[in-house]
Design a protein around this ligand. Structure first.
Ligand SMILES: [Zn+2]
Length: 257
């Protein structure tokens, strides 16, 4: 006896299985490119003086953070600091914002978030020459730019801490850029220095200046390097590596490497 089905029943069965398949697919989570739910979260805030090429620098480091598994939000406004509760959910804030004004409310949001444990990382004027009127902000960063004698000059960066994960394995290197003279916090854990010549300001001849440091602000880790006047400075592999590792350290992610 051969098995034969009424064509109408066969059609009904086909429709039912198609509907079942569609329902099953809809119930399944869709595969998307978004990071895993437990991905570390970073906020990159850029703006301020255009001469520091904030956008070009963000375009180097934000995609890199994404490749490390971070979910990265990029903002061009300090208003991103207003939602303190949202900020506190982050692992890392990267600020690239030179010579600007910050409102009391914006500053308060940032300070509170870092104090609660969110990491903060930045370079050059984007972190240490941002808000010249805001001393509590400077207290958090651990330094404030005051001069770059001679403008764009040649200098050498000396790695002074060869054990720290941010500078481990790196050798001294040369830069052709601004050499930042900063007022610095004795609390900073200095990882690299540079020495000023007296060529452009004779009275500072031989001054040894921190160029990479890390510190705490409350429970938050703060990383800073004065390198990175323009995006091209990060063509120097050590300069780029120091920022990358510094961001990871601030986000408690360097230990995972
Ligand atoms: Zn500069």
């Amino acid at each position: 006896m051969s098995l034969s089905l009424n064509p109408r029943i066969l059609k009904l069965l086909t429709l039912m299985s198609a509907a079942l398949l569609a329902w099953t697919l809809a119930a399944l989570p869709l595969h998307t490119e978004s990071p895993a739910p437990n991905a570390r979260k970073a906020l990159v805030v850029w703006g301020g003086w255009e001469g520091h090429e904030p956008k070009q620098c963000v375009d180097i480091f934000a995609p890199w953070l994404e490749r490390q598994g971070f979910e990265v939000d990029i903002s061009n406004s300090l208003d991103s600091y207003l939602d303190t509760e949202k900020l506190k959910q982050l692992d890392l804030i990267v600020q690239v914002f030179t010579m600007a004004q910050i409102t009391r409310e914006q500053e308060q949001g940032l300070l509170e978030a870092v104090k609660s444990g969110v990491g903060l990382a930045g370079w050059h004027g984007g972190l240490a020459d941002s808000f010249r009127n805001n001393t509590e902000y400077q207290f958090m960063v651990g330094g404030q730019w005051v001069a770059h004698p001679g403008g764009i000059i040649d200098y050498e960066v000396n790695i002074t801490d060869h054990e720290d994960p941010i500078t481990r394995g790196l050798t001294d290197f040369k830069m052709h850029s601004e050499q930042y003279y900063l007022h610095v916090d004795p609390l900073n854990e200095v990882l690299a220095t540079m020495t000023f010549s007296g060529r452009h300001a004779p009275w500072i001849d031989g001054v040894v200046m921190p160029v990479v440091w890390k510190k705490m602000y409350g429970k938050g880790r703060v990383f800073y390097t004065s390198l990175g006047h323009v995006a091209k400075d990060f063509d120097v592999p050590q300069a780029r590596e120091i920022v990358q590792r510094g961001m990871l350290w601030a986000a408690h992610a360097l230990e995972d490497r």
